[in-house]
Design a protein around this ligand. Structure first.
Ligand SMILES: [Zn+2]
Length: 531
């Protein structure tokens, strides 16, 4: 959440819902035609699941060593999971599905689990249209267009060489470069960048230099001197949505559903306070994500924010909507306005596996003595970012005995957290510094008494060690009462959209949907596919 908050949300949102809904309606129609096929597909899957070994893995199994084995999110494709593999969340190799399980029942259809129900690429009609221009303006533009030429920067090139090649006045170049900070970017040209020059009768008139997707430097002649300005072009925002089903991991299912890594991380962050993506995932968990795609000139540049999302974990439905306050800060809330954040993140590292749980007595792997393990160990590759689980202050960052490089944070009066065996510290993290929840404070390492790269994490309340996986974490406040009406108004279309998508899914999967809103909608016969 912190990451999202830090991103300055300054893209102009053009959510044309009416147009969007029309699009969705047409997609629904085509989906309706597809529904029987999808049902057959899913029925085949379900049959395969019941008959095959998959059911053992998704259902509760005999608990091993007092640890809830039912929480195993292992896939059917993980052969003979090891002691930890059974309990934890591991990233499968990319081709894991192709080395399919040898089910005795009908063969599983290819990639059935995470189906992209809707195409997420906007079609032609929804592509951004160029700004309207009168026919006079058009003509003038075309005339002007003829004077423009595009120059591709070569290896070892600079503006002086380019001016020379174009046979332009070196005095003009000198003036341009003396415009100061505005033209600084022109000193660092890189190969294959494209500069646009307007040259009139051999005289340099204008220059356009794209700095990034949004910013373009514009230098123009104004009489006997030049002016420079940075033109900021807003990206077009298009809503898109995607649905997926967890087979082995959120990451894999997300990728299969067509979500970018960035969106998968956002999704994990949005629900990270309610669902532990290391421990809680079950096979068959489902997600629906409504998000923004950012376009420029009809081309997708990148993904924007998640606008609303639903995650069905072990039959429980979690929903989140994004709400932006007047000051531009945005956060995710439950549909009724409850805060989704907690004062602490459950897990300080993303996508990892737990190798040692909190316990009062365990054999120490190096000391070979029985010792209490007053924290949780997360195995992760060296260099994996370690996040502060809560807002707080660094009370110690340095070397301390068996902990190796360790960071200790104080959160308010009674809570403190400890991050041990670090490889190093993030920039600016030193004793006395303030950190925010989710901020990277250090990197996983193997310093101190450690047999392999892992993070040793402790959670203390009034100095007493608590199991970070079980401790009750305080919640963040709900939406302010003076914003509630605005919140409801702005989030209503997003929730309606989620209802629609999940209603479609309900009819195709013939599964019980536990979201009351979706059920109401179905009962009311609002959704065309429910008839
Ligand atoms: Zn440990």
């Amino acid at each position: 959440m912190t990451t999202i908050r830090r991103i300055k949300y300054d893209y102009k949102i053009r959510l044309d819902w009416r147009k969007y809904e029309a699009e969705c309606a047409s997609r629904r129609r085509s989906l309706y035609l597809l529904a029987p096929a999808v049902s057959i597909l899913l029925a085949g899957m379900a049959y395969g699941k019941l008959g095959g070994p998959a059911v053992n893995l998704s259902g509760p199994a005999a608990p091993a060593a007092g640890i809830p084995a039912a929480k195993a999110p292992s896939s059917t494709t993980t052969p003979a999971p090891d002691e930890f593999g059974k309990l934890v969340f591991t990233l499968p190799p990319p081709n894991v599905l192709k080395t399919a399980p040898n089910l005795s029942t009908p063969p599983q259809p290819p990639q059935p689990a995470a189906t992209v129900i809707f195409p997420t690429t906007p079609d032609q009609e929804s592509a951004p249209v160029p700004p309207p221009a009168g026919s006079d303006a058009d003509a003038a533009r075309q005339e002007e267009e003829a004077e423009w030429q595009t120059i591709t920067v070569r290896e070892g090139d600079n503006l002086a060489l380019i001016f020379d090649r174009l046979d332009l006045d070196a005095g003009d170049l000198d003036q341009v470069m003396r415009l100061g900070k505005a033209t600084e970017a022109l000193k660092h040209l890189s190969p294959d960048q494209e500069l646009r020059f307007r040259i009139e009768d051999g005289r340099f008139m204008e220059l356009l230099h794209p700095i990034d997707h949004r910013q373009t430097l514009h230098v123009a002649r104004a009489g006997d001197h030049f002016t420079a300005e940075i033109v900021i072009e807003e990206l077009d925002v298009h809503p898109a949505h995607v649905t997926g089903i967890i087979d082995s991991s959120l990451f894999e299912a997300g990728q299969k559903a067509g979500l970018s890594d960035n969106l998968i991380m956002q999704l994990a962050e949005v629900f990270g306070y309610d669902i532990d993506f290391v421990l809680d995932l079950r096979q068959g968990d489902r997600f629906t994500v409504l998000y923004e795609e950012l376009y420029k000139n009809g081309r997708k540049i990148k993904d924007g924010n998640i606008l609303a999302a639903e995650f069905v974990n072990d039959g429980r439905v979690y929903r989140a909507v994004r709400y932006e306050e007047e000051d531009g800060r945005a956060a995710y809330y439950a549909p009724d306005g409850r805060g989704l954040r907690r004062a602490f993140l459950r897990t300080p590292v993303a996508f990892t596996r737990i190798t040692s749980y909190f316990s009062r007595a365990r054999m120490h792997p190096i000391l070979h003595r029985m010792r209490a393990h007053q924290g949780v160990d997360y195995a992760a590759p060296k260099g994996t970012p370690v996040k502060a689980t809560g807002d707080g202050r660094v009370i110690f960052a340095g070397w301390q005995g068996g902990y190796g490089n360790v960071i200790m944070l104080q959160h308010g009066g009674s809570y403190s957290t400890v991050y041990g065996h670090l490889n190093g510290y993030a920039h600016g993290v030193k004793t006395g510094a303030s950190v925010r929840q989710g901020q990277t404070i250090g990197y996983v390492g193997q310093t101190g008494l450690a047999t392999g790269p892992h993070l040793h994490y402790e959670f203390r309340v009034n100095g007493v060690h608590r199991d970070p996986l079980k401790a009750t974490l305080p919640k963040s406040p709900p939406i302010a009462s003076n914003h509630l009406a605005d919140f409801q108004e702005k989030t209503r279309p997003l929730l309606a959209q989620l209802d629609e998508i999940t209603a479609v899914r309900q009819t195709t999967t013939a599964e019980t949907m536990k979201s009351p809103a979706a059920v109401d909608k179905m009962a009311a016969g609002d959704s065309p596919v429910s008839r």
